[in-house]
Design a protein around this ligand. Structure first.
Ligand code: ZN
Length: 208
């Protein structure tokens, strides 16, 4: 059961994307480049972990551009009362996949985006150092859309080819279990395992 009623007027059907040597997708009608200033250099070149998230701003709202504005430090914090909760938060992710399947890239995969926060994977802390972060527009209580899975699979294929050192896929909830619950119980891990480029050993076995 995926594909809740959506208000977004147009749908992307992203079947293939390509990451450049510099870690950027090529812009296209279904791929938007919206650079965020919230990044820095990775401490090493290692990129071994893919982290999946969900986000919507305000929570449960899938309209407007608040998420991208937030990641670009351009959100009007007076536009909604809930935004007061994130007024002092400076974060980013490499990618944001909208409900309609459009992909927004904010940070080059070669750089360190600020999506994981205090986190740990296989005994190593600071997952931002060695991970790529993908935000899915959504929440913990609704299924993600079919166009989002289609775009995610296309993006995963491009990441697999450009960054062959990627060998693990986790949710934010797995690397920061005391703080985070995303992408949450409605994310279809089995779909990603069955259709994505990585083998089952790359996933959290307790969810597959
Ligand atoms: Zn998250």
């Amino acid at each position: 059961m995926r594909g809740a009623a959506l208000s977004t007027p147009s749908w992307a059907h992203v079947s293939s994307v390509n990451l450049s040597e510099q870690g950027w997708l090529s812009a296209s009608p279904n791929v938007h480049i919206a650079p965020s200033p919230n990044f820095n250099a990775r401490p090493s070149e290692e990129i071994s972990l893919l982290v999946l998230h969900n986000i919507s701003l305000p929570p449960n709202c899938f309209e407007g551009d608040a998420v991208v504005q937030f990641f670009q430090n351009q959100l009007d914090f007076d536009a909604h009362p809930w935004f007061e909760n994130i007024r002092d938060v400076t974060v980013s992710a490499h990618f944001f996949i909208r409900r309609n399947g459009f992909i927004v890239q904010l940070v080059s995969t070669l750089n360190r985006a600020w999506h994981a926060g205090v986190s740990e994977h296989q005994g190593r802390s600071g997952c931002n150092d060695f991970s790529i972060g993908i935000e899915l527009e959504g929440n913990d209580t609704q299924a993600f859309s079919d166009p989002q899975y289609q775009a995610l699979l296309a993006l995963c294929q491009a990441l697999y080819q450009r960054h062959p050192s990627l060998n693990a896929v986790r949710g934010h909830e797995h690397i920061a279990p005391s703080r985070k619950t995303d992408p949450g119980p409605y994310f279809d891990w089995a779909h990603l395992v069955q259709n994505g480029p990585w083998g089952v050993e790359s996933y959290p076995d307790f969810r597959v």
